[in-house]
Design a binder for this molecule. Structure first.
Ligand SMILES: [Ca+2]
Length: 210
């Protein structure tokens, strides 16, 4: 349901200016395998229902639906990537979640990224970037929200990647899913009704107590 809504870019008309417009990212939650995505990581990319990192804990679960993407860091200093190119209007937003699981220790500062490139291949944003620096080794990062809002209309490529540094030991992982917050936000009117309901309940409680 959510995906079909997100794919209907026409719904964004009028919402873009308010930053509420979701662009047409296909299968952002990886519920349909790698449909819509270009797998440039080969066997290092997999759509899974659950995944244990190098030390077995924590076990990562999808943030949305029943599946997510895992990219295993591979060849030394070479990004393993899965990409998708889409057309965005100015003000349109794409969003997701990413996590970095570091199955190594200094100086093997592996990394994970979400990168946005323009039609010429230039990096215009890096909404998620995490690596071993600042951690003590075997870091098991949390799912983290990322988003990108286009300031100009055009073609953009989302790059999801993981890499080893120094060595080629495949023990670090990047996890990617769509953000549950990408689902339609409850209307303020319904939130007000919920609030009124709580107030009414509290008032009733006070009357009973009196
Ligand atoms: Ca998912």
């Amino acid at each position: 349901m959510t995906i079909s809504i997100l794919r209907t870019a026409a719904l964004c008309t009028g919402l873009a200016a308010a930053g509420l417009c979701q662009a047409a990212l296909v299968n952002g939650g990886f519920e349909s395998g790698l449909t819509g995505w270009t797998n440039q990581a080969g066997a290092n990319a997999a759509v899974v229902a659950t995944h244990a990192n190098y030390l077995g804990t924590p076990v990562y679960e999808p943030t949305e639906g029943g599946h997510f993407l895992v990219i295993t860091a591979g060849t030394a200093n070479l990004w393993q990537t899965v990409t998708q190119t889409l057309v965005m209007s100015a003000g349109e937003t794409i969003a997701g979640k990413a996590a970095f699981s570091w199955g190594d220790y200094p100086d093997f500062f592996d990394g994970v990224k979400v990168e946005i490139r323009d039609a010429l291949g230039a990096i215009v944003a890096t909404p998620f970037s995490e690596n071993g620096f600042g951690h003590t080794g075997f870091y098991k990062g949390p799912w983290t929200d990322w988003s990108f809002t286009a300031t100009a209309g055009g073609s953009y490529t989302v790059v999801l990647g993981a890499r080893n540094t120094v060595d080629s030991s495949g023990t670090s992982y990047g996890y990617f899913d769509i953000a549950p917050s990408a689902a339609p936000v409850p209307e303020p009117a319904s939130l007000v009704l919920v609030g009124l309901g709580l107030l009414a309940g509290a008032a009733a409680g006070r009357r009973r107590a009196a």
